[in-house]
Ligand binder design. Sequence first.
Ligand SMILES: Nc1ncnc2c1ncn2[C@@H]1O[C@H](COP(=O)(O)OP(=O)(O)O)[C@@H](O)[C@H]1O
Ligand SMILES: Cc1ncc(COP(=O)(O)O)c(N)n1
Length: 271
Amino acid sequence: MVKKALTIAGSDSGGGAGIQADLKTFQELDVYGMSVITAVTAQNTTGVQGVYKVPLEGIQEQLQSIAEDLRPDAIKTGMLFNSDTIDAVSRFIEFYEMKHVVVDPVMIAKGGASLLQNEAVKALKEKLLPLATIVTPNIPEAEVLTGIKIVTMDDRKQVAKLLHIMGAKTVMIKGGHDQGREEMIDLLYDGQQFHTFSSNRIPTKNTHGTGCTFSAAITAQLAKGSSVVQAVKVAKDFIQAAIEEDLHIGSGHGPTNHWAYKRNKVKIAIK
Ligand SMILES: Nc1ncnc2c1ncn2[C@@H]1O[C@H](COP(=O)(O)OP(=O)(O)O)[C@@H](O)[C@H]1O
Ligand SMILES: Cc1ncc(COP(=O)(O)O)c(N)n1
């Protein structure tokens, strides 16, 4: 039976992040991808040139179209932009009792543009977080959600525990912004124990869309029935391959290589 995943996020015209990264990742992991577009960004590897929100009714209608016909096995949220959208998405998840919800609390693009209005942080914390099977903030997003500054790994553990208390079943605090380290450590808290996922830091400027790609890979694996820990393991390998074999496209922060993981697996199988 084909498994289906839905991304509720913003469109990135440059194709490296947002909806485009999510659908490419679903496809590479053999999951049928669907999308609800919350905003259209004019964006490339040098930054975000424009943000155009989809009207609320347009978002609600897309959600309804999917719910009435193509029930997803897992959902991820990315750029939601404002509290009205967060309200609508939270009600959709609750009403249709959607399972396996990955919340990527996208706030700021790597070039600095705001992808979530300040007024929406409260709704994200109070409405969406309690519905999350897993929430996947980077370090600055985890700081905004909890109001705690993260310097050490102990700080990160404290913040993960707090996000769990705030309602997320599991919490993944990614390490991409931990500049001081050679090792890239992502920390998962499942409510009982911590799990760490480490890899070497790849020296590259081409990290546009890493967070979207990583959380989309988790979503695809959950859609196929993996446990959260197993899903994160695959997602970590997927993102590592995608960064390692980057495509050198564009003059700024280029996208990752969404086909590297599957191509490597095929190469190993042929050997
Ligand atoms: N230079 C890098 N080398 C290896 N892994 C990286 C690198 N940058 C980010 N990652 C990985 O990419 C994933 C996304 O992390 P991060 O960049 O922190 O997210 P975001 O895109 O939301 O800011 C994590 O698994 C992180 O460890
Ligand atoms: C539409 C959209 N959504 C999300 C991101 C964040 O990208 P990243 O994964 O690099 O944090 C982005 N730049 N654009």
